[in-house]
Design a protein around this ligand. Structure first.
Ligand code: NAP
Length: 329
């Protein structure tokens, strides 16, 4: 099969088209004939040698795919309620930049009605991550305020739409006025250009001094102290990345006085059983929102898979809004 491999750690050009043996599905796994592969920032980190794959996982990058079921044991197909030829999208721990990929059956979801393969491939990584962090871990409720750092990211556009659909208010940060406008168009209540405004002061002003109930943070570093400053009593901060650095100096007294909860997580190494539960919840609660059009995939650009290096260069330029997707013809 054709695939895109990381020939050595480095810049986008180390992504090279290659031939690899088609993988064999093991127990509990399905073989997917891939039509589209989503690109995520963790793929960029893996390409740079900063995000090693978990043990036993393909060295090929790619955490999400859409395609048709091309193989699997009869009992695994039956347990997943799927048949050969069915259209699915799937969360995988690696190997997604390829014409064929194996996926745990429990991490395969049917294509939401009305969505095409490119749109479906853009969903799993951000939907699983946002669902887990914003709703499962931080417990965002209707009527509460969510602050999303990086509102125009793949993660951000999903967080804005899901949180609004669940009845929360959403404040985002983004690095340009155009990106702020894109976030508002997706339903965010307020967008703060973090390059020209102090987001902590703005969040306090916008919430009448009470602060954000939940923060989805992909920056960390010196953002942590500022987030703690603009969080509400009993606030929950879910940390998913450290783009701004791993060290932080915080006012621990404020954490006590506000009764804050600070959590961190990475999705990729979690067990199949854990991800299968998230998949069921997404199918029950998020898939209807996609099928009704209340929540929409946001596709910035599609590249033929052979041009994966250009897709990564675009992601690193950070000029995109939403998702970048590769296709296999
Ligand atoms: N823990 C997990 O399980 C998990 C899973 C998936 C993804 N992630 C992480 O989530 C992040 C987003 O992933 P993605 O695939 O959606 O990537 P992406 O589309 O490339 O988004 C990266 C975003 O980070 C924003 N950003 C960078 N510095 C910022 C700052 N100082 N303040 C506010 N925003 C800032 C960028 O905004 P501007 O361009 O406007 O500056 C951009 O929107 C990545 O860091 C990724 O590693 C974590």
């Amino acid at each position: 099969m054709r695939a895109i491999e990381i020939s050595a750690p480095g810049g986008p050009d180390v992504l090279r088209p290659c031939e690899r043996p088609t993988p064999e599905p093991g127990p509990g796994e399905l073989l997917i004939a891939v039509q589209a592969s989503g690109v995520n920032r963790p793929d960029v980190l893996q390409r740079k040698g900063l995000y090693p794959m978990p043990p036993g996982v393909s060295d090929l990058p790619g955490l999400e795919i859409a395609g048709t079921v091309a193989g699997g044991a009869a009992d695994d197909l039956a347990a997943a309620g799927l048949a050969l030829g069915d259209a699915v999208c799937a969360l995988v721990a690696g190997g997604g930049y390829a014409e064929f990929c194996v996926a745990p059956a429990g991490q395969c979801l049917p294509l939401p009605k009305g969505l095409n393969m490119v749109e479906a491939a853009s969903l799993p990584e951000t939907f699983f991550t946002v669902w887990q962090n914003v709703f499962q871990i931080a417990g965002l409720k209707a009527g509460e305020t969510l602050l999303v750092q990086g509102g125009s990211s793949g993660i951000g556009v999903t967080a804005i739409q899901l949180a609004k659909a669940m009845g929360a208010s959403v404040i985002v940060t983004a690095g340009s006025d155009d990106k702020c406008a894109a976030c508002l168009a997706l339903g965010a209540d307020h967008a703060i250009n973090y390059r020209t405004q102090d987001f902590a002061a703005e969040v306090k002003r916008l919430t009448g001094g009470s602060g954000a109930d939940v923060v989805l943070d992909m920056v960390a570093g010196d953002y942590l102290a500022r987030e703690i400053d603009c969080m509400a009593d009993d606030g929950r901060l879910a940390l998913i990345a450290v783009q701004g650095g791993v060290k932080a100096q915080i006012d621990a007294g404020l954490v006590l006085r506000k009764r804050l909860t600070i959590t961190g997580s990475t999705l990729r190494p979690r067990s199949v059983a854990y991800k299968t539960v998230l998949a069921r919840q997404l199918r029950e609660q998020a898939w209807p929102l996609l099928e009704s059009g209340r929540v929409k995939p946001v596709i910035h650009q599609v590249f033929p898979a052979a041009r994966a290096a250009e897709a990564h260069a675009l992601m690193e330029s950070s000029t995109h809004v939403g998702k970048i997707v590769l296709t296999w013809d």
